[in-house]
Design a protein around this ligand. Sequence first.
Ligand code: NAP
Length: 228
Amino acid sequence: MSHWLIAGASRGIGLELARQLAQRGEHVTASLRSEAARETLAAALAPAGKAQIVSFDTRDEAALCAAAASIIEPVDVLIANAGAYGPQRQSTLDTDFDGVLELLSTNTLGPLRVAQAFLPLLRRSKHPRIVIMSSVLGSMALQGTFNIGYRASKAGLNKITQCLAEDLKPEGIAVISMHPGWVRTDMGGPDAPLDVTESAEGIIGVAAALTLAETGRFVDYRGEEIEW
Ligand SMILES: NC(=O)c1ccc[n+]([C@@H]2O[C@H](COP(=O)([O-])OP(=O)(O)OC[C@H]3O[C@@H](n4cnc5c(N)ncnc54)[C@H](OP(=O)(O)O)[C@@H]3O)[C@@H](O)[C@H]2O)c1
């Protein structure tokens, strides 16, 4: 039984990751930021070998530290999943700057705050891994100009992930950037081709098999490489 920590598990891909891991009997710690989600998350975690719910907003360092202090056992796999799509106005010619700044705090710096907060618990694992939830929309190779705030937030996150992977390699901690596919969730919308079940199944498979040989890569939920 491995100990998985899912940051951002109140709904969507994060909730499905927590549900599937619990069904496999894993030890799952999952986070929410609104108490309204507790009942749903607790039900998803019921079959787990061991389970804990922690509460934090990824923009809040103090809450992250308090959550980390409440966890006793080493963490084997951290999935920094929490993310947002941002404000309505985020084109190059019409930008909600305050809204995009908030988005950068959540999407670009949030996963790094999460990684730093839980690093002491990962360092105590025999096989520590970090999966950072990114998006193909952050790829420099992808054309198109819609939602620049979201795209820039994930492009910046990809660079942070590359650097984190390099810095943690000497400690034996593998770090990858993950595109979960275009998934039918609140964020992905009803037209997305991929079911959340298939995406989460793939992400768990990639994370479970992750070693230092793959560290620093940008892959999708099937483990296929994506151009930065
Ligand atoms: N769906 C897709 O097609 C798709 C494609 C590419 C990448 N992604 C990425 O995959 C991840 C999950 O996406 P999703 O589709 O499951 O999105 P979702 O359904 O909108 O769920 C987002 C999750 O992130 C949490 N969250 C957002 N901001 C947070 C913050 N500041 N602090 C703590 N938690 C926060 C939400 O919590 P609350 O319930 O409290 O808001 C919720 O649990 C995101 O990083 C997203 O960018 C998704």
